[in-house]
Design a protein around this ligand. Structure first.
Ligand code: NAP
Length: 263
């Protein structure tokens, strides 16, 4: 088995180079997924962008980097498309080296009246599909005897409780645990499994919070960096976890939060 350190495009002295590698990024049409897809493309990776909405905007941004781009339409609310996502990517580029499990949803309601529908919808996208897509990706790598990198997009709710988002907190806490379990199972087999835990970022996910003047001011007041995150703030950490620079990093949940957790 080769290590990513000797993979195509990795030139000496540049352990963050992703040239010649292919990354699958779910939920890449907007927000954090789009920011990560563009960062990985800038580092040289071809991007297989997975989601249920048009990827035209992301396709344009990736084209600007010169990296190859493939759009894969899939609804990650079910496990049905997952194996096909890996197969289509490999059919397109001949390889799949990096998987970013980014697609996610949030449903807000008091725990006392939270519905089963809101529980299942969030768990299916945020946790179940992330696990079974990781499984399909890892099966392919292990069969081919190739190394790879999985990056799960966790949350502050992987560490904290939050309020009014019971299935989201359960899913993101679960994703942190799953990151650790998969790291334990696959580290010796050439697959790094890690997670990024964004703090409070300006995306569709946080629109309701940002529109609530009190919640918005309370959140901002607790962020030592003094501002909400922007999707591009995650780019460097994503490239690190996708690249040979992190070959000996396994099972971490890395906060990128403007200092939120240390407050
Ligand atoms: P977003 O703009 O709402 O992005 C969510 C992405 O997931 C979109 O691309 C969305 O596609 C996709 N998605 C949702 N359900 C899907 C489904 N059934 N099938 C396929 N794709 C689906 O919010 P975001 O903040 O960028 O969220 C990205 C990830 O970061 C999520 O896992 C979120 O939990 C996590 N996160 C966000 C923050 C934050 O402050 N924003 C903080 C911590 C963690 P559509 O556009 O088609 O819905």
């Amino acid at each position: 088995m080769t290590s990513l350190g000797t993979s195509p495009g990795t030139s000496p002295g540049t352990p963050f180079d992703l040239a010649g590698l292919t990354a699958i990024v779910t939920g890449a049409n907007t927000g954090i997924g789009q920011g990560i897809a563009v960062a990985l493309a800038r580092a040289g990776a071809g991007i297989a962008a997975v989601g249920r909405s048009s990827m035209d905007e992301t396709a344009g941004l990736v084209a600007g980097t010169g990296a190859p781009f493939l759009e894969i339409r899939a609804d990650l609310g079910s496990t049905e498309p997952l194996a096909g996502i890996v197969e289509r990517t490999v059919g397109w580029s001949g390889r799949a080296d990096i998987l970013v499990n980014n697609a996610g949803i949030i449903r807000r309601a008091d725990a006392i009246e939270f519905t089963e529908e809101d529980w299942d919808a969030v768990m299916d996208v945020n946790l179940k599909s992330a696990f079974f897509l990781s499984q399909a990706f890892a099966r392919r790598l292990l069969e081919a005897g190739r190394p790879g990198k999985i990056i799960n997009i966790a949350s502050m709710l992987s560490f904290q409780g939050g309020i009014r988002i019971p299935s989201y907190t359960a899913s993101k806490s679960g994703l942190a645990g799953l990151t650790r379990l998969l790291a334990c199972e696959w580290a010796a087999r050439g697959i790094n499994v890690n997670a990024l835990a964004p703090g409070y970022f300006v995306t569709n996910n946080t629109q309701a919070l940002r529109e609530d003047p009190k919640r918005s001011a309370d959140i901002l007041g607790r962020i030592p960096a003094g501002r909400w995150g922007k999707p591009e703030d995650l780019g460097g950490a994503a490239v690190f976890l996708a690249s040979p620079a992190s070959d000996y990093v396994h099972g971490v949940v890395l906060p990128v939060d403007g200092g939120w957790l240390v407050r």
